[in-house]
Design a protein around this ligand. Structure first.
Ligand code: SF4
Length: 210
């Protein structure tokens, strides 16, 4: 029902696997409109390849990605990302890792948290991964489908629960992530706006409040 309600095509437009990885770092704590501007600036300077990015001074990268905000932090993270790809033997060799091993490798890189790693796995490497971000955990809990609780471990608990119960394809997980984010932005945010919610008939939160 959620998938039928929201347009989820082209949710993460990108021209390459590395562009997805860069975008996953740039989108931390900012909006996509800012990320698109930073990506365009990197592309204009031919910096959307790991080798070119790794060879560029971090200060300069920071200036280029300024539209995405927190440019010093993100430029340092992009430098680690590019170095990590090189140390792993390149993108093709990275793609040969199992999802479990690739997640562990990505998580070992500076600035790559659980959500960033899973976004890279899902959209960059086409792995069947559920992004258990704040939108997803809130929505699942309110629906009465799964309450992962809070604190350390909540993300992983939620991701594992959904992946165990939904043996979906990468494309389906991509669409589900997009639909959940859109639903969170339009209805199921910190303050729930339940009127006209497309899944209200099945939601514990609203039915328990009536
Ligand atoms: S009915 Fe309200 S709480 Fe339930 S999913 Fe919809 S917006 Fe969220």
């Amino acid at each position: 029902m959620l998938l039928a309600r929201y347009p989820t095509d082209n949710w993460w437009p990108s021209r390459s696997r590395f562009e997805v990885m860069v975008g996953a770092v740039l989108v931390q704590n900012t909006r996509w409109v800012n990320v698109h501007r930073a990506i365009a600036a990197l592309r204009a300077r031919r910096l959307l390849q790991p080798e070119a990015l790794a060879a560029t001074p971090v200060d300069h990268v920071g200036e280029v990605i300024r539209p995405a905000g927190c440019q010093s932090v993100k430029a340092a993270r992009l430098a680690h990302l590019a170095a990590g790809v090189a140390q792993a033997g390149g993108l093709r060799r990275l793609a040969r890792h199992s999802t479990h091993d690739l997640r562990a490798l990505l998580r070992s890189w500076h600035g790559v948290g659980e959500e960033t790693a899973d976004a890279i796995l899902l959209y960059g490497f086409g792995r069947p991964v559920f992004i258990a971000d704040k939108y997803a955990r809130r929505w699942l809990a309110r629906m009465g489908l799964f309450d992962a609780g809070s604190g350390a471990g909540a993300y992983a608990r939620c991701r594992r629960h959904v992946e165990t119960n939904l043996p979906w394809s990468p494309g389906e997980f991509q669409a589900l992530h997009a639909a959940i984010v859109l639903h969170g932005q339009q209805h199921c945010g910190p303050q729930a706006r339940c009127q006209d919610c497309c899944v209200g008939d099945f939601c514990s939160f609203i039915n328990n409040s009536l």
